[in-house]
Ligand binder design. Structure first.
Ligand SMILES: C[S@@+](CC[C@H](N)C(=O)[O-])C[C@H]1O[C@@H](n2cnc3c(N)ncnc32)[C@H](O)[C@@H]1O
Length: 240
C-alpha cells in the first residue's frame, strides 16, 4: 500500500517501515515554524519529512502507543541530532497534547486501526489551533467487503478490515465541526490473489474482483474554523 517517500525532502530510510498508505506530508501545506503533530508516528517517517518543512524554528510531535515504535523513532531522531522532533507514547483517542497546540496534524494509515474514529476526530479538533488543518492518509472502503475479509484479524492489522466506508469517514469529519474538507488523493488498493486465497474461495475472489466494492487509500484535508461560534456568543447576543 505504501507510496514512494524517497521523492520527499527530509526522507529518512531508517524510519520508513513501509507501513503507510499515502504521502500526507506531501499535501499538508506545512510552513516554516509550524507545530506539526503526527498521529501513529511509527518509526517517525512522516515526522522527519515534516521536520524538514518546519525547519529549525518549528516543532514536530509524533504520538504512538507502541513502546517499540517510540523507541525506534527516538533513536532515529537522536542519530540525526534533531532537537525539535519529539515522540510521545500515548493513545490518539486521548492525545498527550495540550488543546490548541498544532498548526497541522498529519497521519498515515492509522485511523482505520482505531475503533473510535469519532473520538479521534474530536481529539484532532481539540489539539489543532483555530484555523489549523489536517491532511490524513487512510484506508477506506466503498461497498461491502466479503465477510471473509472483514472478520480477519491479520487483515485488520494490515489496515484493511478496520476501515470504514468513505462516506461515513467524510461525514465524521464534517459532524465534528471541520470545514474546507477536500479529498486530496484517492488510490485503489489491490489485494493480490495469493493473499485473497487465504480468506476467500475462488468464486468469492472472482465475485469480489468483478464487483463494485473496493478498498482505497484516501488523503483528506480539513480545517478547524478560525473562530469557535460558541465562543463568540454573548448572553442575549443571538449569534448562535
Ligand atoms: C500502519 S502503522 C503506520 C505507522 C506510520 N504512520 C508510518 O506510516 O510508517 C500504524 C501505527 O499506528 C500506531 N497506532 C495504532 N493505533 C494507535 C492508537 N490508538 N494510538 C496511538 N498509536 C496507534 C501503531 O502502533 C503503529 O505504529
Amino acid at each position: 500500500m505504501s507510496d514512494d517517500y524517497t521523492i520527499l525532502e527530509g526522507y529518512n530510510s531508517d524510519a520508513d517501515l513501509g507501513l503507510g498508505c499515502g504521502l500526507p506530508t506531501q499535501f499538508a501545506k506545512i510552513k516554516k515554524g509550524d507545530v506539526v503533530v503526527d498521529l501513529g508516528s511509527g518509526a517517525g517517517n512522516d515526522c522527519f519529512v515534516a521536520r524538514y518543512e518546519v525547519g529549525d524554528t518549528g516543532k514536530v510531535i509524533g504520538i504512538d502507543f507502541t513502546p517499540k515504535m517510540i523507541e525506534r523513532a527516538r533513536a532515529n531522531a537522536e542519530a540525526r541530532g534533531f532537537n525539535n522532533v519529539e515522540f510521545r507514547e500515548g493513545d490518539i483517542e486521548q492525545m498527550p497534547i495540550t488543546s490548541n497546540t498544532a498548526n497541522v496534524i498529519v497521519s498515515n494509515c492509522v485511523l482505520n486501526l482505531v475503533p473510535n474514529k469519532d473520538g479521534v476526530f474530536k481529539e484532532i479538533f481539540r489539539v489543532l489551533k483555530p484555523g489549523g488543518h489536517f491532511s490524513i492518509s487512510d484506508v477506506v472502503l466503498e461497498g461491502a467487503l466479503p465477510e471473509g475479509l472483514r472478520r480477519d484479524a491479520e487483515l485488520y492489522a494490515g489496515c484493511v478490515s478496520g476501515a470504514i466506508q468513505k462516506n461515513v469517514y467524510l461525514e465524521l469529519i464534517q459532524s465534528n465541526g471541520f470545514e474546507n474538507i477536500s479529498i486530496q488523493k484517492v488510490k485503489p488498493i489491490n489485494i493480490p490473489n495469493d493473499i485473497l486465497k487465504n480468506y476467500l474461495n475462488d468464486e468469492e475472489i472472482s465475485t469480489f474482483k468483478n464487483g463494485t466494492a473496493g478498498i482505497f487509500s484516501l488523503t483528506v484535508f480539513a480545517q478547524k474554523p478560525l473562530t469557535n461560534r460558541n465562543e463568540t456568543c454573548t448572553p442575549g447576543g443571538g449569534c448562535c
